[in-house]
Design a protein around this ligand. Structure first.
Ligand SMILES: [Zn+2]
Length: 64
């Protein structure tokens, strides 16, 4: 069964995420290049934090 209220909520969530992304992009543009700053919500710092949470990059292995 179609749930119009659930659909509406999902759309609102998407709009919120897009808004947050736009905000973090604008923030990083405004701040320019800067090192990872705790509490900074610009897109660059968010991505750097994500990388840290992921841990060190896996070693690339090539099989020929
Ligand atoms: Zn930042």
């Amino acid at each position: 069964m179609d749930d119009p209220s659930g659909k509406k909520r999902r759309t609102a969530d998407c709009a919120l995420i897009v808004e947050l992304m736009e905000e973090s992009m604008a923030l990083s543009q405004k701040k320019g290049h800067h090192p990872l700053t705790p509490g900074c919500n610009c897109i660059v710092c968010i991505n750097k934090r994500k990388d840290i949470l992921k841990g060190p990059p896996r070693q690339w292995r090539y099989r020929l």
